[in-house]
Structure formats: C-alpha cells, structure tokens
Design a protein around this ligand. Structure first.
Ligand code: SAM
Length: 297
C-alpha cells in the first residue's frame, strides 16, 4: 500500500533516500538462497515510495548479479552488515542489556524481525519524515513488534538526549547503541557530540556498534562505478552526502574513556561467513570500518 503523498517526503530526497537504498539491498538479500540476513518488510518500503518503486527487490531483477556494482557488491555489503549487527545486538541482550537505541534507524525492522527477550525496548531515532513514511508503510502490513518499540524524531546533529529521555529511555540501565550507516553523513562536530552523549547516557555494560569511513577516499576510489551507479540509477549522490570534513578519532576517544574497542573491516566478516564482498582495486569499501565497543564496568 502506498502512503499518502506527503508521507513520502522524508525518503524522497537527500539523506532520507539512502534509507530506501539499504532497504532495497535488504529486500534482494532476503530472497537470495544464501541470504546472510532476511527482512520480509524491506520490499514494502521500496515499493511504497514513488522514487524507489521501480528499483529491484529480488535477485532475478538484477541481471548482472554479483557483477552489478550497486545491487551486487554494495548490496552484499549491506546484507553482511545487517547480519553482523543483528548478531551483535542479540549478543548484547544475551548479556542482560534490555534497551536498544538505533541511531539513524531508517527503515530498519529489527524491532519486528529479531527475537528479543521479554521486557526489551527498541528505540528508533531518525528524522520525523523518515519515521512517518516508515510507520505509514508498516501500518499497511501485519507487522507486529517483537519488542517494546519507541520511535523518536530528532535531528542527530543537534542535542537529542532530552527527547530520548522523554520517550522512556533509562540512562541507569545498560544500552545497546547502534549507528549503522549514519556517521558518514554527520559533520565531525556532530559525531563528537553524539559520542559524548552516548558516553553520558551509557550505564556500565552498555555496548556501541558503529560504522565509519576511516580515511578520505582518493579520487580514483571516488570515481569507482558504485558511486556513479547510485547517482545515475537512484538519484543518490553519496559522495555529496558524505560529510567531507576530517573524521574524529571516536574509537581512540572511547578507548581513552575506558571503553573496550575492537575495530574490524567488513572483510573480516566476509571471511567469517564465507559470503560477502571481497576487496577489489580502487575499492569504495576499503575505508569502511565497523567498530564494536563496550562501556567500562
Ligand atoms: N540504519 C539504517 C539502515 O542501515 O538501514 C538506515 C541507514 S541510511 C543509510 C541513513 C539514515 O540516517 C537515514 O534514515 C537518515 O534519515 C538518517 N539520518 C542521517 N542524518 C540524520 C540526522 N541528522 N538526524 C537523524 N537521522 C539522520
């Protein structure tokens, strides 16, 4: 079912449209025989928004398969990322965390598709426009949350702690924080503020997983086909959306504050699962790092 026209605004343009890109990749991954992760809701979002209604949602709609720079290789990257971060969050709740915060949640449906323990709360933070579109689409499905789901409209460049606390977030309880596909778009000062806020709101035993590009990409990498494909086929200029400032060393700062930090490349997990993207020349994924941190006891 297609939401009323005004409800598409949040995903129609700018960084909001990237949420549809990841949803389409998850839809395609869902229907692969060797899927790394399955999200039965993803295709509903892609079909519902006029800008993405014609994008593929099945592997057979991607004639070049793995060779397609967008839906092949980058799509597999998103499938792998989803799997790894699903497992990370489920590991966190196994260690008695009962509060999850998805920063830049986009069209993530973990609150509906993962098996959360009783009493678990999942907070989804994103712009009001993205959350309105998401809700309108979910309302047209039989989706039932498997956790206590709370949606929080906020601009993550600003101070979002008040609105999270007002939504019932408990800073005295350990939290699993996730910033998946978010920090690439935030100015450096906003990333520093966001990390400081997480630090302030994290009780002992909290975890944080996030994704960054560790270094600025060279002109050869920026000329790689995946960026041109996203621009030409989807109208998403990722290079223009990525923040161009030098990145803060958030992993180093967390370590200084006593967090235990592990930095991984996606290829560490391709090797672990035997599936996923592999390095290539002038690789647009080479600078990507997935960082896993645990707050001090
Ligand atoms: N984490 C989701 C996933 O992996 O499917 C969505 C990733 S999508 C690439 C980036 C998301 O970050 C979008 O939903 C966008 O609206 C959100 N975002 C970017 N900048 C934001 C900001 N300043 N405040 C709130 N949300 C923001």
């Amino acid at each position: 079912m297609r939401p009323a026209a005004g409800l598409n605004a949040g995903v129609a343009e700018g960084v909001g449209r990237t949420a549809l890109l990841v949803a389409a990749a998850r839809a395609i991954e869902t229907h692969r025989t060797d899927a790394l992760a399955r999200d039965p809701f993803a295709e509903h979002f892609v079909r519902a928004a006029p800008v993405s209604a014609g994008w593929p949602v099945r592997p057979e709609q991607v004639p070049a398969g793995e060779a397609d720079p967008l839906w092949g290789r980058l799509g597999r990257y998103f499938g792998l990322r989803t799997r790894v971060l699903d497992e990370h969050l489920l590991d966190s709740v196994e260690r008695d965390v009962r509060q999850v915060v998805l920063l830049g949640a986009g069209l993530d449906c973990r609150a509906f598709r993962l098996g959360w323990p009783p009493g678990c709360a999942v907070h989804e933070v994103d712009t009001a426009g993205v959350l309105a579109f998401k809700q309108a689409v979910l309302d047209g499905t039989r989706a039932t949350p498997t956790a206590g789901r709370r949606t929080i409209a906020a601009d993550l460049r600003l101070d979002w702690s008040e609105v999270l606390l007002n939504a019932g977030f408990d800073p005295a309880a350990p939290t699993a924080w996730l910033a998946e596909g978010l920090l690439l778009y935030l100015p450096a000062a906003a990333e520093r503020r966001l990390m400081a806020t997480i630090g302030r709101l994290s009780a002992a035993g909290s975890t944080l997983a996030y994704e960054i590009k560790e270094i600025a990409e060279s002109p050869r990498v920026r000329a790689s086909p995946v960026y041109a494909a996203a621009r030409q086929r989807l109208g998403i200029d990722l290079l223009a959306l990525f923040d161009s400032e030098a990145r803060p060393d958030s992993a180093g700062e967390l370590t200084k504050r006593g967090w235990t930090v592990a930095v991984h490349t996606p290829y560490d997990f391709t090797a672990r699962y035997g599936r996923g993207p592999r390095p290539e020349p002038d690789d647009a994924l080479a600078a990507n790092r997935w960082i896993f941190a645990t707050a001090p006891a």
